[in-house]
Design a protein around this ligand. Structure first.
Ligand SMILES: NC(=O)c1ccc[n+]([C@@H]2O[C@H](COP(=O)([O-])OP(=O)(O)OC[C@H]3O[C@@H](n4cnc5c(N)ncnc54)[C@H](O)[C@@H]3O)[C@@H](O)[C@H]2O)c1
Length: 413
């Protein structure tokens, strides 16, 4: 029993989950009294799936007006958000928008979260970075079509800031969706690359939050309603189940996207991971991955994946009991802490390779000359660096990056 836990757990207000559940949305929106919504998506969904048309028609029957914005793009920027704000406000022609619906991967969900803040007043999204200033965003329905980011359960929107080529976050518990509608059938059409990158993202969220700083030690900076507040027995419960599902299905579903049980399992794994990291928070993998993304512009999941084994290698020494548990959860069997500290990072790196992702920084396209900048940029994401539960974080980040460049784990012969 973790009697020291200080839990501040936050989740979406409603979770609707299961194959075919998308058909329930129009009645639910009507029941909530919403009358005019914006559906934020991208062209793939308007051109290649019936989902947008089906929703718009079913909503219309219930006298719900829907404005479709299909200009979503991977890794949305602040510029895209401001353009979308202007375009949707113009299309609304004076109608009062009372909710937003996101259909897509983490990118469309994050854009929709940002629009929940900007649509009512038309301000630029940068006005809300750091602190949304007590503004009540429009209610959001998030319908993920990838199994990975868990953005449907988290308090933040991640956007690219083209002015300094970094990712910035707009964050507040008020941005957690009012409804997370997770219909695994949405993920059936994901191509293998999207499936793999999203799958490893979910797994990273689960394992990173399982090992992160304890809630009793987390610096909430006096915040009365923190978005992230460290791991607890509650968050670890979700992380464990997520990792178990990922260990079983992440690679098979990448190899064969027609595995319906696997698609559903990964949808659950992604959501469970978000119910863990969406309150516990994350640390070094994401901190360093943001730095790699700034240099390579590669997908979020792959930048996490290349760092994950090496961060695990570093953190094993301070989480011996957890590593024994991880060996079991990941299917390696009963092990001592010393054995698990070597075997777990090796197994995770094997999965990264099986998912078609480079397993060291050199192969990922990072030059040796860029390593110091990467350490510096990683440490600059202070929120994540502070949650890495080791004594000397700068030294640990440096060791991780050097090992990741050389492709060396403690368990390598
Ligand atoms: N807010 C958060 O809590 C959070 C957490 C993690 C990641 N993110 C963000 O999420 C983004 C990554 O999201 P993602 O991995 O879901 O990918 P994505 O949303 O960027 O989508 C990648 C591509 O896959 C396509 N796609 C999505 N679903 C599909 C489907 N069912 N069938 C066919 N194609 C499909 C999209 O159209 C897009 O072209 C990054 O910008 C990252 O920063 C946010």
């Amino acid at each position: 029993m973790r009697t020291e836990d200080l839990i501040h757990f936050c989740a979406p207000a409603r979770l609707v989950m299961g194959c075919g559940t998308r058909a329930q949305l129009p009645a639910l929106v009507q029941r909530l009294g919403w009358r005019c919504g914006v559906l934020v998506t991208d062209r793939f969904f308007t051109q290649n799936t019936p989902w947008v048309r089906e929703y718009v028609e079913a909503a219309r029957v219930r006298q719900i007006d829907v404005i479709v914005f299909n200009g979503g793009e991977p890794d949305p920027s602040t510029v895209l958000c401001d353009e979308a704000t202007a375009s949707v406000r113009q299309k609304a022609e004076g109608r009062v928008i009372d909710h937003v619906i996101a259909l897509g991967g983490g990118s469309n969900i994050d854009l929709a979260k940002a629009l929940c803040l900007t649509l009512p007043g038309g301000q630029p999204i940068k006005d809300f970075v750091g602190d949304i200033g007590g503004v009540q965003p429009l209610p959001l329905v998030a319908m993920p079509t990838t199994a990975g980011t868990g953005s449907e359960a988290t308090p933040g929107a991640i956007l690219i800031d083209p002015e300094n080529a970094t990712k910035i976050a707009v964050m507040d518990n008020a941005l957690r969706p009012q409804i997370a509608l997770v219909d695994p059938e949405f993920t059936y059409s994901c191509p293998p690359r999207v499936t793999a990158d999203a799958g490893i993202d979910a797994f990273t969220h689960a394992i990173e939050s399982f090992l992160t700083l304890d809630s009793a030690l987390y610096d909430r900076q006096g915040h009365a309603d923190p978005g992230y507040s460290g791991r607890s027995a509650l968050t670890m419960l979700f992380a464990r189940e997520s990792m178990r599902l990922c260990a079983r299905w992440m690679v098979p579903v990448y190899q064969d996207g027609s595995l319906k049980e696997g698609r559903a399992a990964m949808a659950y794994a992604s959501l469970y991971a978000a119910l863990s990291y969406g309150s516990a928070g994350l640390n070094a993998v994401h901190g360093l991955a943001y730095a790699i993304a700034a240099q390579t512009h590669k997908s979020h999941g792959s930048t996490n994946a290349v760092m994950l084994p090496y961060v695990l290698d570093e953190i094993a020494a301070v989480r011996p009991h957890e590593f024994v548990e991880l060996a079991d959860v990941l299917g390696l069997g009963a092990m001592t802490a010393a054995e698990a500290s070597r075997a777990v990072p090796l197994r995770v790196r094997e999965w990264v390779g099986q998912l078609g992702i480079a397993t060291d920084l050199k192969a990922f396209g990072i030059a040796e000359a860029a390593l110091e900048t990467m350490v510096k940029d990683g440490l600059a994401v202070v929120r994540l660096a502070k949650a890495f539960p080791v004594a000397d974080v700068p030294a640990a980040y440096r060791r991780i990056v050097l090992k990741a460049f050389a492709g060396r784990l403690s368990g390598d012969a």
